[in-house]
Design a protein around this ligand. Sequence first.
Ligand code: HEC
Length: 101
Amino acid sequence: MKTVVVSAFALLLSQSVALAGDAAAGKTRSATCTGCHGATGNSNVPMYPNLAGQKEAYLVKAIKAYKTGERPDPTMKAMVATLSDADIENLAAYYSAQSCQ
Ligand code: HEC
């Protein structure tokens, strides 16, 4: 049991340091997101969430959840359908590095 707990913790740790998104590449890939989320992830539309300054790991998780349908939203599912894992990491790195206004 102790081994299971320790290895689960090690897995958590390795996931939290495994984030290596490229923010510059993410900025380029974000062209299709700006209409709703704003150029820097600060949305002007009340119904669209800000992404700027959000935690990187959370953004990765949210985008993947839209892609799989685990988080059901038809609009976002369509938006992220063609993103690769690298695209998702890069987008998350870009938005998390922006300041929320
Ligand atoms: C047509 C408008 C639109 C476009 C374009 C769009 N989104 Fe979204 N996005 C939304 C809406 C609406 C939500 C809230 C959905 C919900 O209720 O879960 C959302 C939610 C999100 C969230 C979750 C935020 C949170 O706080 O949980 C992320 C991350 C996200 N979008 C990333 C992106 C990325 C990356 C792109 C470009 C590839 C993109 N979106 C393009 C409308 C859009």
